[in-house]
Design a protein around this ligand. Structure first.
Ligand code: SAM
Ligand code: SF4
Length: 357
């Protein structure tokens, strides 16, 4: 098996060299036509999940890809390595729920050999079983989804009874020294009354709560009236705290969030406003789905098949370059709120569960 892999590696690498020469006039295959360099790759490891969040997964589930169409751990590594060779410095593993993949320890081990910052986004239901794997493979940053601090509401949104495990695992991750960001998708009338509770959760806990504007994907019954905007979050915040206590923090380069802190609190909070205030100008992200399709944008309706080409022993570089060059300036071409609200446009995309947020 190992020697077969080496043979495939060799075939792949020799064709890669030839293609690289052919592309010498376009050295940077990860630069798009709007001048953006892409140094961040998000890899979805699976379409499966142990939760069923209503905003992410349609009620009747999604059509899963046959196992033979999903990337093996070797293929994940080969594709990731090509991106790293061309300048990717950050890789985030996501899904579905990345930790439900049986070979996750091997995937972590393989990717940890690449010169990148490796991180993971998880619902944290079973993350306590993987603390050592994460540490051993250099993962320091973990993003966890938690949409409510109320057990009943958590059950309602995720369609599963896992609140206590997730909550306790967030505390465990902090105790174990991970940098933890908690993602909460806000929905009007469901959890917008918890914005201040979430911020107060950061008083004695060094986590960043990130409020995410609810985004439209295939089958998630999105409606702009259900979304809680950045401006609305700040209204709640300005009402609850004295203005001198609300500190605006410096956002990291290419950060998708606007970051704040309440004076004296250990943690912070942020807003990810992809709908009302997109951050496309500084976007440096590309996404690889579990079945090996490259998406140049979260909102893109098109994808490029890297896996079939890799399996045919050909170079994936020309496909990557073409996909990156085809990237729209903003939100997969839905550059206005009006366009984003047209189901015939956003309905062409996948469900979030099969993209990887
Ligand atoms: N299972 C993992 C988790 O839940 O963190 C990783 C995959 S999940 C698709 C990644 C992120 O996408 C989560 O933070 C989730 O809240 C976010 N997400 C999913 N659907 C969304 C939507 N319609 N709008 C905004 N964020 C969404
Ligand atoms: Fe699963 Fe994460 Fe989607 Fe929830 S948001 S259904 S946990 S993939």
């Amino acid at each position: 098996m190992e020697s077969l892999n080496r043979l495939v590696d060799y075939k792949f690498n020799s064709s890669t060299i030839k293609q690289s020469e052919d592309m010498s006039e376009n050295k940077n295959i990860l630069k798009d036509t709007h001048g953006r360099d892409h140094a961040y790759l998000r890899i979805s490891l699976t379409e499966r999940c142990n939760l069923r969040c209503t905003y992410c997964m349609p009620a009747d589930g999604v059509q899963l890809s046959p196992k033979s169409h999903l990337m093996t751990y070797e293929e994940i590594y080969d594709i990731a390595k090509t991106f790293v060779d061309h300048g990717v410095t950050k890789i985030r593993l996501t899904g579905g729920e990345p930790l439900v993949r049986k070979d996750i320890p091997v995937i972590l081990e393989k990717l940890a050999t690449l010169p990148v910052e490796l991180s993971i986004t998880s619902n944290a239901v079973i993350i306590d079983r993987f603390i050592d794997d994460l540490k051993r493979n250099g993962i320091k940053k973990v993003n966890v989804s938690l949409d409510s601090l109320d057990e009943g509401k958590f059950k309602h949104i995720t369609r599963r009874h896992e609140f206590k495990r997730v909550y306790n695992n967030i505390l465990l991750l902090v105790k174990e020294g991970f940098t933890v960001k908690v993602n909460a998708v806000l929905m009007k009338g469901f959890n917008d009354d918890e914005i201040i509770d979430f911020i107060n959760f950061t008083k004695n806990l060094p986590v960043s709560i990130r409020f995410i504007e609810f985004m439209p994907f295939d089958g998630n019954k999105w409606d702009i009236s259900k979304m809680v905007s950045y401006a609305k979050v700040m209204e709640y915040v300005n009402e609850a705290y004295h203005k001198d206590d609300i500190l605006r923090l410096k956002d990291a380069p290419n950060d998708t969030s606007k970051n704040y802190k309440i004076k004296g609190y250990q943690g912070s909070f942020a807003i990810i406003s992809s709908v009302t205030n997109p951050f496309c100008d500084s976007c440096n992200r590309l996404r690889l789905t579990a079945n090996g399709q490259l998406k140049n944008c979260l909102f893109s309706a098109t994808e490029s098949d890297l896996l079939t080409t890799l399996r045919a022993g050909k170079s994936i570089e020309p496909i990557i370059q073409k996909a990156v060059r085809a990237k729209f300036k903003a939100r997969g071409g839905m550059d206005t709120l009006e366009k984003l609200q047209k189901p015939q446009l956003h309905g062409k995309n996948r469900s979030m569960i099969t993209i990887g947020g």
